[in-house]
Design a protein around this ligand. Sequence first.
Ligand code: SAM
Length: 296
Amino acid sequence: MRIDVVTIFPEYLEPLNVSLVGKARARGQLDVHLHDLRSWTTDVHRTVDDTPYGGGPGMVMKPEPWGAALDAVLAEGAEALAADGDAAVGDAAVGDAADGDVAVQVPTLVVPTPSGRPFTQELAQELAGRSWLAFAPARYEGIDRRVIEEAATRMPVVEASIGDYVLAGGEVAVLVMVEAIARLLPGVLGNAESHRDDSFAPGAMADLLEGPVYTKPAEWRGREVPEVLLSGHHGKIARWRREQAFARTLAHRPDLVARWQQGAFDKKEREALSVLGLRWDEEQGRFRTTADAVEE
Ligand code: SAM
């Protein structure tokens, strides 16, 4: 996968050289290109921001450097992919590829913003299926809207938020997203099974958090590893893990429990849910806790 990042702080992306992502780069599974947005400024102060139209606090990122930067990234990336013979696997340019034309390859542009759609495991999975991603992390109050609108006429654009809080800039969000995406790429994790049981792992029940995990020694500071994990009984261990996942999800993310469907659970699991105080409400089509019932 090719990744381009345009930022005013390329040094902020240094962690992309470390650990899992760094190794994926070294192995050639990830081809990361960092670009300094200020390279596309034309004034002596290398200005990237200006005051907002309509007034108000803060500054807004100017459209000209962003437009020029995206033009350059698109041209450079398409040329490199074509030279590598990878052209056929990129996204076709929006509105391109008329009959008989060879489609120009473009990235999916990911714009981190707190006002974007939530960056979820599902979105990470979707983006992991693309061969070329370009990231546009902003600073100040964000990028002039016209940049995003114009980009969307040329390539797929995903505006994504990594959570309900506001960071000073999008670079940290890029690190978060690249790591979540990179670990899903084939061959990046040592054990391909590793993300099968992850919290939010896609499958029959994506709305489930992973339960607790343990390693040696079996006793530490008087605390013992749950006996079932030492039993060697795979069926019992799987059931225990699932029940722990139910309890943890209920404790930390009742909003996910509200999405559970009764049909996703077998008889024993339904018993386990009932022990946790969860009852299926036919009328509302969702599980309700005893606390729900008491409140009403
Ligand atoms: N005024 C903007 C708003 O309220 O939506 C916040 C701008 S924030 C100070 C500057 C930049 O940080 C954003 O443009 C975005 O690139 C990044 N950023 C901040 N919080 C983020 C979040 N939760 N998810 C993704 N990116 C974020």
